[in-house]
Design a protein. Structure first.
Length: 80
């Protein structure tokens, strides 16, 4: 299950639903898991770079810039 951080209290928040905005962006509707907060909010997920080149050619989207991965970017958090 995908989680994001609540902007009010910092607890984990669950993505309840989402809608496609474009081939590169999606609006996600989230709810804080802390019952004493319960903040509901919307967030945007946007694909910004290619880390590993895909085997397929893109259909109708501009190619993304290739991420130069010499080391993980600062602040990177790994998710299971
Ligand atoms: Zn919260």
């Amino acid at each position: 299950m995908a989680l994001v951080e609540c902007s009010v209290c910092g607890s984990k928040a669950t993505i309840r639903s989402s809608r496609k905005i474009s081939n590169l962006s999606r609006e996600m509707y989230c709810q804080c898991n802390d019952p004493f907060c319960g903040h509901s909010f919307a967030a945007i997920l946007q694909i910004t770079k290619t880390i590993s080149k895909p085997a397929k050619e893109p259909n109708d989207v501009q190619p993304l810039p290739l991420f130069e991965l010499s080391e993980p970017p600062a602040g990177l958090q790994r998710h299971a």
